[in-house]
Structures are given as C-alpha cells and as structure tokens.
Design a protein around this ligand. Sequence first.
Ligand SMILES: [Zn+2]
Length: 443
Amino acid sequence: MAGTDDEWEQFCTIAENHEKYADNPRDLPNVRANLVSHIPDSDYFDAMIENVITDYCIAKECSRQEAVEFIYSGGITIKTPYNSDIQAVLDRVYADDLNFTYDSEHNFPQSACAVLDYSGGVAAIIGGNNDNHSYNRSYRVPHKLGSSIKPLSAYAPALERKMINFSSLIPDEPLIFEDVDSSYEWPKNYDGIYDGNITITKALRKSKNAAAAQLVDRLTPMYCCDFLQDNFGFTTITNNDASYAAMALGALENGVYLHELAAAYAVFGNGGYYFEPHFYTEVLDSSGNTVLKNDVEMHQAMESDDAWIMNRLLYYNVNTADGIANAAAMENIEVIGKTGTAANDLNLDSGRIFVGAVPDYVTAVWMGFDDESSMEDIQYIPPTELWKNIVGQFPLEHDKFTPDDSVIEYEFCTSSGGLATDRCYESEIGYYTSDNMPTECHE
Ligand SMILES: [Zn+2]
C-alpha cells in the first residue's frame, strides 16, 4: 500500500478524467477537463498504482523497482476515470454497519463493490466494510458468480446464435447424465420445482437453473466458456471452466473480479460494445509529456440489437412482480441486473452477488465471508437492497437506457411464447429482431 494522503500529494497529481461514451458509444473518448484532485490511501489507489506499475514495466521493459522509482520520483500526473463523488458514496455507505444488517448483534458478512462507467473506466471501488482497507476484496479477490453468470454464459450467446428469442420456450427440466452404471438428473432448481416449458424471460427472471443448463447443453460448455473469455473479456476464466456447473451455475474455478463482471454487463447498456475495465488512462511526467498511455481494449461483444434485447430481459428481472431482483427497482431510473448465489464445497449459501446497471453506471456488489462460510443463518441486508442504497445516492444524468431502433416490440402470449392474439389469456411486451420472431400463438 502507498503512504499517507499527504505523502502521496507531494509526489503525484491524480487527475479525474471522466471519459464519456454514454451518448454515443461508437465515439472515442473526448478527454475533458483535467480536474485535479487526489485519491486518499484507498482500495482504488491500490488498484490504480498496481496497474500503472505493471504497465510501465512492460512498456519500458524495466524492473518493478525501476517503475516504482519513476512513479515516486515526484511531479508526475496520473489521469484516471476515478470519480470522487461516487467514491464518497461508497465510503459513506460502507462505513455504516447499519447498511449491512437487520441484526442488532451486528453479525453480517463482508462486502465489496466496483462501479464502472460505460467506457470501462472504474469510477470507484471499495474492498471491505467497517472502513477496513487491509484486504482489498474488490480489486484483489475474484468471487464466485452463481447465477449472475447465466446472462453472460448462456442467454447472450444463445440469443446471438438465434437459438432463442425473448419469449421462446425452454424446457425447465434437468439434464440426464450417464454415469458408469447409472444415470442422474442435474441440476436442481433453487426452489426445488421444475416448471416444464417456460418462456426465456420467465426462466431468467426466476433464475431457473435447469433452463440455464438446457441452454448450456445446446451451446456446449466450451462455446459458453469461449464466449466469456473472448467477448466479455474475463481474465480469470480459463478452459478449466468449460463445464456444465461453471457455465450454467457459475461454479467457476477461480471466480471473477467485480470490475470485470461490471465491464461485461456494461455491454447490455452500451449498444453491445465491450470496454476493458481500467483504473488509469495516462501518465504524464513533470513536464507534461505522456510517458504511459493505457490502450483500452474495445470491441463489439454482441450485436447492438441483441444487446438491447438482453437489456430488456434484465429489465424484467428487476421490474416485474416475479423478477428475482425486484428489490433493486428504483422509481425514476431504469435498472437492469441479475443476482447470483455462490455455493461452497458443502453446497451452502457462501456468497452473494448483485450486478446492476443504470444508464450512467454499472455497479457490482459482492457479499460473503472471507473463509466462504455459510450465510444461511445470518440476518444481512441482501445485495439488491445494498445496491439500491448505494446507486440511489449517485449523481445521475440519465434516467433511461437508449433503445436499439431496429428491435421490434410485440405482445407475446405468456403461455406459448408466440405472438399474442385476442384469444390469449395473458400477454407481455417482448423484444425481437426481424430475423428471430416467434410465430403467432395457436393455443
Ligand atoms: Zn396464447
């Protein structure tokens, strides 16, 4: 860790460099004002300086010691996507134990959080509650995703392959695996109930494990794993994760970092564009010359129309009565997102995730104990509610996501998933591309 606030100020200027892509994700950043401030000794500082040192070593082909000497030589400026207003919200919320528990005994799990803008800039992070920065659970610790992997590993690639549309039916039934001398059914749903044929939107908003496993089976675990690595940029996911348990239920070997999870979900609010998460953009020497520039990787991870359909699927998760994440809904701001519950080796509730997005920021929240012990008997405030408490305090500019104009809205029959007719009992609005439409309901 770095020295104190004052020591830091003596040798380095941190410039908040808020790059904006939100209005037009296809434009490169328009570097705005060089708002000078500095970052106190913090989890963000830890992450930023580590990235600068690592990249400096590679760019200059020098040792870590030489990189550190340069940085501490004095007078340099580091431009960052750090946002002191957002960080102040995280610091305030995480300093107050009452934001984490209903329990008067104050028995509650640890938590970490990462907030990204839509150009991959990490606006703020925090790595622990109780104002304890000795262990940076945001930047330094990958977390198991549970069901929050499903939109990325199963629904998004199946939609891109035109295997599914917004309301197509998927069997919420277990897969049957053959063992040496027997067969077994997998996976169980969290509520123990298999719903049979249900629409894609229903399967996602009720976070059905069996339906997700059916999609992974059709895509193959290897395809899903490649999609996570190539399209969504996860650095901790390896081919060892090309398994049913990892791709359908998020039981990953290493887990993922919160800022990488948020960067992946940003694709759904960003016209399908992926931006590599980053903690700095540029380092200048004392004469103002650029000595290090962060070449942020950017690519089209999904077609723009399919990204918008994913956006609406995740909107229903939050904004329907049976949506699993409806505790995160906000009155005047659109929220999309997905919950996840991790299991440890004993198959207990050992970690919780909520990754949610509003039109200005994507925020990923983790909760759990460092030793992955069970949270089953703990009275904690769930990540959806913590998320809403945090994001509800952000200064926000936009209240709605930008729709993709080529996506067509139709009412579909909630029973058959087909386009609704006046004979259908119940219908909802669905979102489709013209090459991937349901046929009319004939039930
Ligand atoms: Zn019908």
